[in-house]
Design a protein around this ligand. Structure first.
Ligand SMILES: CCCCCCCC/C=C\CCCCCCCC(=O)N[C@@H](COP(=O)(O)O)[C@H](O)/C=C/CCCCCCCCCCCCC
Length: 215
């Protein structure tokens, strides 16, 4: 595991990364998008070994994107928009079934994009939750409404087991390193619309190019 993923989680930092990933023309910078996810993985890593398989998958997907960014084609991977154009123009995407490019940038980002929807739903539930509400239930409901439809039975079951071990709401708020519960709610109020905007831009781009079912 990279050192950066062992460091203490800070919600504000994650928020900054997702903020920086939007250009004035509403393009999404992959470097900052990945950095936002890597920040979230720090929190995941502090939740215990039951979340290890999720963390591993998230790290592997962010690494695939970073490798593209560092490759000789790096400039084409600066933004999600330029990546989609480059991979489609050069037929670097397996459109119907896994084949020559099982780890294209487009299909890798699609997995994180679906997870971003889960995150958005989960954080909105957290933001509007009451003192006694259960994080495990919020997390499960957000998952069932989003990512679960893309996962096989075994992953759904394993995720369900991990959710049960989530800390209670107040302890979870503390892990975020923001301050009082009121301050957490305040930061979440800024985070959710931002994630929503990043999600929506990607969603429309993937719709336009018919990329929602990449295997
Ligand atoms: C303010 C912060 C509070 C929230 C903190 C959340 C921290 C979450 C950090 C990372 C989230 C994990 C993102 C997981 C990406 C999953 C992508 C995916 O769907 N991968 C599957 C498909 O990939 P391919 O096989 O097609 O390559 C893969 O099969 C999945 C493997 C792992 C299981 C993913 C379960 C995801 C559950 C949602 C995350 C729950 C984390 C709860 C922490 C509060």
């Amino acid at each position: 595991m990279a050192d950066s993923e062992n460091q203490k989680f800070c919600l504000q930092e994650v928020l900054e990364s997702f903020k920086s990933c939007l250009s004035p023309e509403k393009e999404i910078y992959i470097e900052h998008y990945v950095s936002g996810w890597r920040g979230l993985v720090k929190l995941l890593n502090s939740l215990g070994s039951l979340f290890g398989f999720i963390s591993k998958d998230a790290v592997s997907k962010t690494q695939i994107l970073m490798n593209f960014l560092k490759s000789e084609n790096g400039p084409h991977y600066a933004t999600v928009q330029s990546m989609v154009k480059f991979e489609l123009d050069n037929e670097l995407v397996d459109v119907d079934k896994k084949g020559i490019y099982p780890e294209s940038g487009c299909r890798t980002l699609l997995r994180l994009h679906r997870a971003l929807r889960w995150l958005q739903l989960f954080l909105e539930r957290l933001r509007t939750s009451k003192e006694d509400d259960k994080t495990s239930v919020m997390c499960r409901d957000a998952y069932n409404e989003s990512l679960a439809q893309h996962h096989p039975w075994l992953i759904r079951k394993s995720a369900g087991v991990a959710f049960y071990s989530l800390p209670v709401r107040l302890a979870f708020f503390e892990v975020m390193n923001v301050g009082t519960p009121e301050q957490v709610v305040d930061v979440l109020g800024k985070a959710v619309p931002l994630l929503c905007e990043v999600y929506q831009i990607t969603e429309e781009l993937y719709q336009k190019h018919n990329l929602h079912d990449l295997p």
